[in-house]
Write a protein that binds this ligand. Structure first.
Ligand SMILES: [Zn+2]
Length: 336
């Protein structure tokens, strides 16, 4: 069975449109059972840990892990997570050493990898995650593969603007204290602040307007802030410039320099450009890296403008074949 046929089988679970394997669902279980069968077929010994993570071990160097996750967002794509697992099975089978992992619940906050890192189990000595880029950088650079420098840190919080509610018909424009107009100015300022810090992004995605009547001047607005930056300094700078108190910031997770150079050498050895880029999205590799496991990520070019978390998510068979080759070669070097 080819790797793309396996992706199709996972994609078909739960019916369409898109991948529908949310964490904790029967569909996520079904995907894990399917992958466990493929691992056994590849001659691997299969184990499930207390958090439900699935691990297939070869006989040698079971401490070196490759893999990703099998859960999906509702109506997700064919490649997100699933690619890293099916490619991992192939790499471990080809090399004859190492382990492949399918983590639980990545899309809902990396439930499985966090449980692994917080539990008493022995952690892997290295982790490689192959994943689709989910963005347009590699396609723009005409590069099939990329090496992730680190997972950006992020901070989320809420800001409140107070004004004065009033009658929309009888309050003259110059006598108003409209909280939503003030919030609009703040939201534009947040955009500009993030644009001024290299690699930083900030998003206001939710607004609550009170009292919320069509004929009432807004008296109070609450809005969410999601701020991300590639390293601690820039994240701190961004948080300070926006001026909010993050509820639980997640620090940036740098990838291992040694593993990054192995991936880079394997890419360059195939006469391909080795583009390095940060990951704006969270991944299991970030959780493992933060727990002290040397980790690295290999990105595969996303087509269709880099769209992800959508049935339009696409990577080519040629790019995926190259990625599997590089992952396999890197695993061979680390786990020999
Ligand atoms: Zn993913």
């Amino acid at each position: 069975m080819t790797l793309f046929e396996r992706l199709d089988e996972l994609y078909a679970i739960g019916g369409g449109p898109g991948a529908n394997r949310p964490h904790g669902s029967r569909e996520e279980d079904e995907a894990h059972e399917l992958a466990a069968g493929w691992m056994r077929e590849a001659g691997l010994e299969v184990e499930v840990d207390g958090a439900g993570n699935l691990v297939g071990h070869a006989v040698a160097r079971a401490d070196v892990w490759v893999g990703s996750h099998l859960d999906s967002v509702p109506q997700g794509g064919r490649f997100d997570g699933a690619l890293g697992v099916v490619a991992g099975i192939e790499a471990v089978a080809r090399v004859g050493s190492g382990s492949v992992v399918a983590f639980r619940g990545e899309e809902v906050g990396c439930v499985g990898s966090r449980a692994l890192c917080g539990g008493g189990d022995k952690l892997p000595s290295a982790f490689l995650e192959l994943h689709v880029e989910q963005g347009p950088v590699l396609a723009t650079a005409c590069a099939p593969l990329g090496v992730v420098t680190g997972i950006v840190g992020y901070a989320r919080g809420e800001l409140v603007v107070e004004g004065r509610a009033g009658h929309a018909g009888t309050t003259p424009m110059d006598g108003r204290d409209d909280a939503l107009v003030a919030a609009a100015g703040e939201i534009l300022r947040i955009r500009d602040v993030a644009a001024g810090i290299d690699g930083a992004v900030a998003t206001v995605g939710q607004l609550t307007v009170e009292p919320g009547g069509t004929n009432v001047i807004p008296g109070r607005v609450r809005y969410s802030v999601d701020a991300r930056a590639p390293d601690e300094e820039r994240l701190a700078e961004l948080i300070a410039a926006i001026g909010f108190e993050p509820s639980s910031p997640t620090g940036p997770a740098p990838m291992s320099p040694e593993l990054r150079s192995i991936l880079r050498e394997e890419i360059e050895g195939r006469v391909l450009p080795a583009v390095e880029l940060p990951s704006g999205a969270g991944h299991d590799a970030g959780i493992l890296a933060s727990a002290g496991v040397p980790s690295a990520m290999l990105f595969v070019r996303s087509l269709n403008g880099g769209v992800s978390h959508s049935p339009d998510e696409l990577s080519s068979e040629e790019d995926v074949a190259l990625a599997v080759e590089v992952l396999t070669a890197a695993l061979r070097r680390i786990a020999e």
